[in-house]
Design a binder for this molecule. Structure first.
Ligand code: FAD
Length: 308
């Protein structure tokens, strides 16, 4: 399917659609993931505008080239063999934020930390929880990111997305099937371009104090000094993954360069030179041992992508 002739034809068209500066060949994905792990993507495109996203997605559809969309790469485990086809990164090129009254409209590439700060400065309450989440808004919608009792579902009113068949539409939030770390975007292949949110009026200095408190709690509890993808497992109903892992005696348990954090057992960290296989084997071993001890099967929150 990806013979040399096809590749060069596709590459020429991709360069024409995306711009020569935006396209890279054999791009190491460890440069684009917070785990600092991942083999090469055949093609890597840094999105510069919604129009360019439309053109690149249309081209991949026409040419039958698989397309993987990523945001800030903070919830991803990319395989060591990398990603076949094209990777489209939605980042700074789609990062505008506009505030009107209680409503915020923002591009999918804006970092949640920047969005939370913009809301705080505008005296809008409801996004303080997102200040320490290192992902983008688009990744946040896809994951229904949340922390400390807040979740994007609480503030989202709608999104503008591009469906795999090329349809561009703005849909209300109730079409997103937002649940615990899940949304319909994980199933329907939609690329989120923009999101609309409604917040409540709040006092900027109180919101700032709340954000400072939450970041202090993160620094105290989480192994932020190591590469990771945040919580490795989803929270099972009625339990905490970290606690179950700790009770199974797995703090510090390692496979190759991947280890269960000593500081927070819910995090798997890259202690140096971890491969994707190390992380995957570790996740499986942890899930097996926790299940044996507690009867509860942990489900990874980290999204595994690429050619395994
Ligand atoms: C130190 C640390 C702490 C963290 N703390 C939290 C936390 O408190 N709460 C929490 O919920 N998460 C947390 N995370 C995980 C992560 O930051 C979130 O899941 C975040 O929402 C992922 O956003 P991203 O832009 O990095 O997405 P990526 O990791 O790049 O992608 C995640 C998923 O979203 C999809 N996606 C990305 N952009 C788009 C788009 N524009 N349109 C459609 N799909 C898209 C990807 O295909 C993929 O399936 C943490 C991670 C780290 C490293």
């Amino acid at each position: 399917m990806f013979g040399e002739t096809d590749m060069s034809t596709f590459e020429k068209r991709l360069t024409a659609a995306a711009g020569a500066d935006a396209v890279r060949r054999q791009e190491p994905m460890h440069l684009h993931t917070s785990f600092r792990i991942g083999g090469p993507a055949d093609w890597f495109v840094e999105a510069v505008s919604p129009e360019q996203v439309r053109e690149v997605t249309a081209l991949c559809r026409q040419e039958g080239v698989p397309l993987t969309v990523i945001g800030n790469g903070t919830n991803l485990l990319v395989s060591d063999r990398g990603i076949r086809g094209a990777v489209l990164r939605i980042g700074a090129g789609l990062a505008q934020v506009s505030v009107k009254g209680r409503e915020i409209t923002a591009g999918a590439g804006v970092l949640l930390s920047r969005l939370a700060r913009a809301a705080q400065e505008a005296g809008l309450s409801g996004l303080a929880f997102a200040g320490g989440i290192p992902g983008s808004l688009g990744g946040g919608v896809c994951m229904n990111a949340g922390a400390y009792g807040g979740e994007l579902v609480q503030v989202l009113t709608g999104v503008t997305w591009l469906l795999p068949d090329g349809t561009l539409e703005t849909v209300p939030a109730d079409r997103l099937e937002l649940g615990y770390r899940t949304s319909v975007c994980q199933k329907n292949g939609a690329v989120v371009l923009e999101a609309q949110m409604e917040l409540s009026p709040g006092d900027p200095s109180e919101i700032a104090a709340q954000m400072d408190d939450l970041s202090r709690r993160r620094r105290e509890k989480q192994p932020l000094e190591y590469p990771s993808a945040g919580s490795a497992f989803k929270r099972p109903a009625g339990h905490f993954a970290g606690q179950l892992i700790e009770e199974a005696g797995l703090k510090g348990f390692a496979v190759g360069g991947a280890a269960v954090s000593e500081k927070h057992a819910g995090f798997v960290i890259n202690t140096g030179g971890a491969t994707a296989r190390d992380v995957r084997d570790l996740l499986e071993a942890v899930a097996d041992r926790v299940e044996k001890r507690s009867g509860i099967r942990l489900e990874p929150e980290i999204r595994m992508i690429g050619e395994w």
